[in-house]
Design a protein around this ligand. Sequence first.
Ligand code: UN1
Length: 485
Amino acid sequence: MHAEPILKTSFVNGVFVRPSGRQDVLENVNPSDPADIVDRFDRADAELTEVAIAAARRASAGWAASNPQLRADILDRIGSEILARRQELAELLAREEGKVVREALGEVDRAGHSFKFYAQEALRAVGEKYASVRPGVAVDVVTQAVGVVGVISPWNFPLAIPAWKIAPALCYGNTVVFKPAELVPSSAWALAEIISRSGLPPGVFNMLVGPGRTVGDAIIRSEHVQAITFTGSEGTGRWVAEIAAARLARVQLEMGGKNPLVVLDDADLDTAVEAAVQGSFYSTGQRCTASSRVIVTAGIHDAFVERLLERTRALRVGDARDPDTDIGPVVDESQLRQNLRYVGLGLEEGARLACGGQKLENANGAHHFSPAVFLDVQPHMRVYREEIFGPVLCVLKVDGYEEALAAAEDTPFGLSAGIVTQSLKFAEDFKRRSSAGMVMVNLATAGVDYHVPFGGNRASSLGPREQGTYAKQFFTRVKTTYQSA
Ligand code: UN1
């Protein structure tokens, strides 16, 4: 039995708006238990989005000129409350997204720490002074807020990705119109509620729960939104970029990956298996940083595969809130269908399904899917080349390091790449020659720090890096001033 939840709404101009009465209700379903409705939301529409954008616009000049101590205090307060409520927020996150609570706790911490990092950054507004080539002239270079920033975030990190976009946006003096993914509005609402009590002036932060085709579309097309930071699929990213480019708005896109993990003959077997299992299957493989291509040299291939299969078969798939669960449910039915379609495709292409890849029957109707390992994979196969966004790992057997590196590089993506080796020579060479934005040695391809640049190349990312001090490149613009004495 689940109680009928109240109707939640969007946050615009400093208040949670009254329900519209339009009866356009979004039900947030728990993927571990589809009968459990986490929350019900009154969907925002394009009109409310315009109201939010107008509020953000009005608040823009005041916030850009605000005292850095005020910004630091507010961001710190938000971070502190997130960290203080970590257990509760992690359970909510696990309940609406389906990642296990252990991982959700890590995500909540990361969100809290992002706010605290940018609280400090707010106090580090620096400029540069140059000597001019003209006598008697002084040159100053300063950075300033961009204006109104549209934040569009995906369902797989309901709190951390909004945090690492919203915190730097606010830190550098921008105002925000935030649209979370419709699959995970409850963590976003909790974040908005915390932000609503942080002391931010009305209009500086706005959150709209609603569909991409109306709310997202209005944000992307609005001439008053100067910058859009987006994380999601490559297809949607291209759509965002096209519209933004046409009106010359700034964009930052984080999209897909088909990340390689190279395992060399000299690898420590435990490290290799752990990195593969964690990188490929944790978070149900629903991470753009997941390692879905494991490229293994011939000498270690059979031993690695044997241990990998043993470990994979032992993983427990179940309810995200059960402490015994390793892999939570697939987020929804359409993602499950995609996973199953790719498993079918892999078999048609001639790869050998060594374990998993099945929908697991489940009394409560949750979408459980057993982590899959494909062997005898060829580099041209679509199952090996295209992003699936599920726990499906392809093993490619290669002869040696050079062939492994070439295989790792043979992809339209370029987000994360890993290598497991005990050789300093190969580790250094891989770090130098990999064209991925993030390179991992003896670590899983997924799982990153919050205070250093995040992002990739080619079809994975567009625009400046996220996170850390590098985020400033996207969230500020540069002004050069000349003054004659
Ligand atoms: C991580 O692997 O720790 O959408 C972060 C994603 C990424 C975040 C991954 N933007 O999966």
